[in-house]
Write a protein that binds this ligand. Sequence first.
Ligand code: ARG
Ligand code: ZN
Length: 853
Amino acid sequence: TPMYLRDYQESVYQIPKVDLTIELDDERTLVRSSMTVERNTNRVEQDVLVLDGHDMELVTIHIDGVLLSTDQYQVSQESLIINHCPGNFVLTIETMINPKANTALEGIYKSGGAFCSQCEAEGFRRITYFLDRPDVMSIYTTTIIADKDKYPFLLSNGNCIERKDLEHGKHLVSWHDPFHKPCYLFALVAGDFDLLEDAFTTKSGRNVDLQLFVDKGNLFKAHYAMQALKDSMAWDEQVFDLEYDLDIYMIVAVDFFNMGAMENKGLNVFNSKYVLADERSATDDDFFNIQAVIGHEYFHNWTGNRVTCRDWFQLSLKEGLTVFRDQQFSADMHQKDVTRINNVRVLRAHQFAEDAGPMAHPIRPEKVVEMNNFYTLTVYEKGSEVIRMLHTLLGETGFQRGIKEYIARHDGQAVTCDDFINAMADANDRDLSQFSLWYSQVGTPQVHANATYDLQSKSLSLRLSQTPGAGQQHPPLLIPIGFELLNPKTGETMRQGVLSLSDAAQTFEFEELALQPVIALLTGFSAPVKLDFPQSNDDLLRIMTSANDGFSRWEASQSLFRQCIANYYKDTGYRLPDSLQQAFANILDADIEPAFKALQITLPGFAEMTEFLQDVEPQRLLAALEQFEQDLLNSQTAKLTSIYQQCTERLFGDSEQASGLRALKNACLHYLAGDEDFDGEVVSQFRQARNMTEQIAALNAAAQYNLPSFENINNAFAEQWQEDTLVMDKWFAIQAKVQDGNIFERLQSLLSHPKFSMENPNRVRSLVGSFANSNPKYFHDPSGKGYEWLATQIAILDKINPQVASRLITGLIQGQGFCQEVQSRLRKQLAGLQKLENISADIGEKISAALAK
Ligand code: ARG
Ligand code: ZN
């Protein structure tokens, strides 16, 4: 049953204090919860307490020490209802849970030999009966009891207050968290780990112990994450003036995890993929992501934990803001332009598709069936773009002033997106009511631009207009549009700034321009919109070489490529025009940062092109992309080869810029491997690789073009890395991408590979997810086999882990960009899934939305 934002009501009861005692056992874990319950003083008439609970056995209930008889309460699938409660009382509940059987990985579950927990969004109700909503905030004291040999480390939130040995080889550890928090921030971990310790002194002098727990034998892979944590702490002090607030910060890396990581107060639990790394086994992208996720979870301590969400419709309050913070952190730690471009690539390839699909929702959703379905690119990435627009409109100083006000007003509270906007507005004496429409609009708005230059008056008039995303209606938004006016001859920047588009259509005048400028619009990707502004190749080339703004330089080259690919798509006889050959050669020759050049020669992919075209026939688009790439290669083989070789040579020196060089080298490799004669080079890159970035790129290229050496190096790789599960995930991902007609047999046999498991989300994403998202040729096989294979795996997975199943279904529900044949084949699979018995609310919500279209 759906929940609506408009139906929000305050909780009748609060639980200011909770004492938990958890006796861990694989199949029979006993949870004793003793809660101080208080009724809202203005709700005297209400004496029924409804607690959330799911999938557990109720043992006893006491009110103020008196055992309740069964006629005093009712238990259902989803709740425990206690009648005739007093206004203030101590409620004690004992429940029995089975962590080992918990394959949904919500609540308390086992990951390998360890116990761990995941409570966001609604997992706490699988541990004990509770008011499982973020506006119920409590002080927790948690006592964990477990076998001492097997589980020497017993961890929870806050500070450790007691530790003692018990009989039968057990021990007990108690934790106290001095901060009020919602139950979604509760965490528990028990296990035997290797521990990396360090310390950080905050700028006001607090000494914080930093502890990073990893599976035994993995300590050598923990150092980078620890450094990332210290960098995050320092950055948040410098840029946001925010300090850590407890004496200890713990991070535990586990192998079984539904998402990336979780910001539980003082005790983050991480997917091991976002912690463990060393040069040999992790790629440059892995290192980047680890730092970003460590930062993200750390930054949540203020934006999420100290100030949290009133209800789950407000998720973007903490996620959009925290993604913005982690993106700024990454931009400061790396090349700004490159970081920004990568943010935009994700948004345009995937969030735009979500915004055009059946599950489209505002960054603050209004209707939710399964909350886990709303941890989306829209809430996170578009949410971050909305915060970024605010940053653009207010400037860094104004933005920071707003953040200070927000925290001063709401520290310790559970609040709404409106509270955030109000704090930003008041601190800056601005009216942000029009801006706040971004929280309720759905779909990707379009901005149309049109420029005329008048020679006589030396003025330029730029007309901008906006239209809502497909099928939507809403009043005009406030859209910041970055611009740069370039001298067409010299490339100098004549003007730059930000225009505020606030009407449906508006004209902006620029006076005293001696000659007609080339206009770069939406600089920095200043708003999450589609820009419709046809420009000549000459203008694009001018922007590509001369704009100050890195995003615009990159975007100009992408725009040239997109238009050209569209021509290949429309006309199968189309061939590379000279102008494009020249443009490509110019990029290759340009004296620019290797990492940036790598991005400039990386073509828009299948997903991005699907957004750009209409009624796409997948195989035709793939053929166009392939032919375009082939023609680019043929026109510039010599240059590509020489850059490839130069990078290889420079990489042997100890260069600071190593990761940029590797990116450029591998971007060239991607083209060069299209020629079978390059097979030997691919093999030698594979064999000589001194790090995972180079090794995996070689294997990937061999798989992409199914080169003669593929099977050989593929087996060598699996042999070399069989004991490293994270590397084997990369291997599985590559198996799912092999461009080979036997792919379905290959996929099928991999399902029973000894290293594969449907119960481990990382494995599933590597094999099943990689096939659906990164092998468009066979996923969109005209026989429909690809869709059928995915649907089959989803049906199996839905019984094991609905959350993971629901994420994988994206490929089946986002068919809106494709032609009718594709859409009807997809619907057929969805209809089949819908007919199955007992499908989860998770996939059920998405399937109904898709079939209703
Ligand atoms: N708050 C976490 C983060 O963004 C994500 C946890 C979401 N978990 C879930 N099961 N939906 O870092
Ligand atoms: Zn987050």
